[in-house]
Design a protein around this ligand. Structure first.
Ligand code: FEO
Length: 169
């Protein structure tokens, strides 16, 4: 059985994951309005991934005999400065999520909750991958600067991203 403290912390993380999904869906919509279909696809897949992260936590809480408490999701920004701004804000957000996951693992470790610690390691690894992917994209965007040709090459690359659902249960 999960402790009340960890249950509360994971419920709060479920909200953060759903906010992340919302945040990336807003970015996908912004990219669509700029006709950057590859960028829009990248963020749409990211939206799907974040939803699956939330659902993985959801099932874990239930499997451990806890209660899922869903709370209000904040409104994400509706506008962004540029495609580079979108990726910079994504990186900043993912760093915030990484910190939050690390705090959850610290709490599980402190409570000697081995099941939660083992479960949370999947998220630790996922965050390494997410930060690396987005850092690379921020750097590429900085390299191309105002080169429209470069922007279209990246847009084309991002069209290839597909959602591979992780096991959520
Ligand atoms: Fe669910 Fe992008 O972290």
């Amino acid at each position: 059985m999960i402790s009340k403290k960890l249950e509360d912390a994971i419920n709060s993380q479920i909200n953060k994951e759903f906010y992340s999904a919302y945040f990336y869906l807003a970015m996908s919509a912004y990219c669509s309005t700029k006709d950057l279909d590859g960028f829009a696809n990248f963020f749409y897949v990211q939206y799907q991934e974040e939803t699956s992260h939330a659902m993985k936590f959801y099932h874990f809480v239930l499997d451990r005999g806890g209660n899922v408490v869903l709370t209000k999701i904040d409104t994400p920004p509706a506008d962004f400065k540029s495609p580079l701004d979108v990726f910079e804000r994504t990186l900043e957000h993912e760093q915030f999520v990484t910190k939050s996951i690390n705090e959850l693992l610290d709490l599980a470790t402190k409570e000697n909750d081995h099941a939660s610690a083992s479960f949370l390691k999947w998220y630790v690894d996922e965050q390494v991958e997410e930060e690396a992917t987005v850092t690379k994209l921020v750097n590429k965007m900085k390299l191309i600067g105002n080169d429209i040709g470069g922007l279209f090459i990246i847009d084309n690359e991002l069209k290839a991203r597909v959602f591979t659902p992780p096991a959520v249960k």
